[in-house]
Design a protein around this ligand. Structure first.
Ligand code: NAG
Ligand code: NAG
Ligand code: NAG
Length: 315
C-alpha cells in the first residue's frame, strides 16, 4: 500500500482492485462531510488546508523529488508558524489550534500542528452519541497571559496567533496571568415589569482580574441589598467564564413599593462599574385596564411580547 494511506488504516479494504479507489472515495466523503472545526473568531481554516492535504497525497504518491529549495513556494500568513513539508524540503503553514491534524507523525494528510501545539484526540465530543473523536491541534499550555497590548490571552497559542496576524503591533508577553483590569460587565441586568405577587430576578455577569465583588443597591435606599428585607435575596456564583463572577437579585412576591431602579455594582482594586435596571410592578387592575387584547391571565401572555411591546408603556 502506498505510504500516503498509513494514517487511515480503518478504511483500507483487502481487495487489491479496490485498494486505491475506495479509500480515495471514502476520503472524499470524509473530507466533504466533515464540518469545519471550531475556530472561534479566528480565520477560517477553509478549504485551503484540505486542498493542501490533497496536494500532499498526490505529491507523496509520486515520492519525494530531489529537494530544490529555490523552487519552493513561500508560504504566507502562517498564523501558527511554518513546518517542513512531508519531504522535509519546503516550508508550509503549520495547522492552527482546533484544526485537524495527523496523529501518526508519518502521515501528512492534514499536516502538522504549529509551535506550542500538539496533535491530540479530541474527546470533548459526545462519544455516547456515536461521535468519533477527532485528532485536533491543541495548545500545550492552558495558562492565561497578558499581552503587551493590555489584552488577556487564554494561552500562548492565542497570543502567538494574534502576534503573527498583526506583526506591526510587536505583540509580546507582558507577564504570565491575565492582565489586571477594572471590572467589565459582560451581561447586565435588564428592565423588568411584572404583576404583584410574582417573583422577579435581575442578573449581572462581571469579568475582572483581580476578581470583582458584586453588590446590589436600590436607588433611594442607602443600604446594600438584601438589608433586612425577607422577600429579597442575593446570590453569587463564580463563572461562567474564567475570571468572572455572576450575581442575582431576587425579589419574591413583588409589591408596588418594590418599583424603582436597581443597580449591579462591581468593584475590584482597580475600579468600579455599575449597571442599572428598572422594575415596574403592576396590580392586576392596572394590567386589566391597559387594554392588552386577550389578556385574561398573565400565564397566557407570551413573554417576549410582554417585554418588547407592552413593557415600554410603563416606564
Ligand atoms: C514595532 O517595532 C518596530 C521596530 O522596532 C517599530 O518601528 C514600530 O514602531 C513598532 N510598532 C509598534 C506598534 O510599537
Ligand atoms: C412575571 O413573573 C413570572 C414568575 O416569576 C414569570 O413567569 C413571568 O414570565 C413574568 N412576566 C413578565 C411579563 O416578565
Ligand atoms: C378585567 O376586565 C374584565 C372586563 O373588562 C373583567 O371581566 C375582569 O374581571 C377583569 N379582571 C380583573 C382581574 O380585574
Amino acid at each position: 500500500m502506498p505510504r500516503v494511506l498509513a494514517g487511515l488504516p480503518l478504511i483500507m479494504p483487502q481487495s487489491p482492485a479496490a485498494a486505491l479507489a475506495l479509500p480515495l472515495l471514502l476520503l472524499l466523503v470524509v473530507v466533504v462531510v466533515r464540518p469545519p472545526p471550531q475556530t472561534g473568531a479566528r480565520p477560517s481554516p477553509g478549504p485551503d488546508y484540505l486542498r493542501r492535504g490533497w496536494l500532499r497525497l498526490l505529491a507523496e504518491g509520486e515520492g519525494c523529488a530531489p529537494c530544490r529549495p529555490e523552487e519552493c513556494a513561500t508560504p504566507r500568513g502562517c498564523l501558527a508558524g511554518q513546518v517542513h513539508d512531508a519531504c522535509g524540503c519546503c516550508w508550509e503553514c503549520a495547522n492552527l489550534e482546533g484544526q485537524l491534524c495527523d496523529l501518526d507523525p508519518s502521515a501528512h494528510f492534514y499536516g502538522s500542528c504549529g509551535e506550542q501545539l500538539e496533535c491530540r484526540l479530541d474527546t470533548g465530543g459526545d462519544l455516547s452519541r456515536g461521535e468519533v473523536p477527532e485528532p485536533l491541534c491543541a495548545c500545550r499550555s492552558q495558562r492565561p497571559l497578558c499581552g503587551s497590548d493590555g489584552r488577556t490571552y487564554a494561552q500562548i497559542c492565542r497570543l502567538q496567533e494574534a502576534a503573527r496576524a498583526r506583526p506591526e503591533a510587536n505583540l509580546t508577553v507582558a507577564h504570565p496571568g491575565p492582565c489586571e483590569s477594572g471590572p467589565q460587565i459582560v451581561s447586565r441586568p435588564y428592565d423588568i415589569w411584572n404583576v404583584t405577587g410574582q417573583d422577579v430576578i435581575f442578573g449581572c455577569e462581571v469579568f475582572a482580574y483581580p476578581m470583582a465583588s458584586i453588590e446590589w443597591r436600590k436607588d433611594g435606599l442607602d443600604i446594600q441589598l438584601p438589608g433586612d428585607d425577607p422577600h429579597i435575596s442575593v446570590q453569587f456564583r463564580g463563572g461562567p467564564q474564567r475570571f468572572e463572577v455572576t450575581g442575582w437579585l431576587q425579589i419574591q412576591a413583588v409589591r408596588p413599593s418594590d418599583e424603582g431602579t436597581y443597580r449591579c455594582l462591581a468593584r475590584n482594586a482597580l475600579g468600579q462599574v455599575e449597571a442599572p435596571a428598572s422594575l415596574t410592578v403592576l396590580t392586576p387592575d392596572q394590567l386589566n385596564s391597559t387594554g392588552i387584547p386577550q389578556l385574561s391571565s398573565l400565564h397566557l401572555l407570551p413573554e417576549e411580547e410582554a417585554e418588547s411591546e407592552e413593557g415600554e408603556d410603563y416606564y
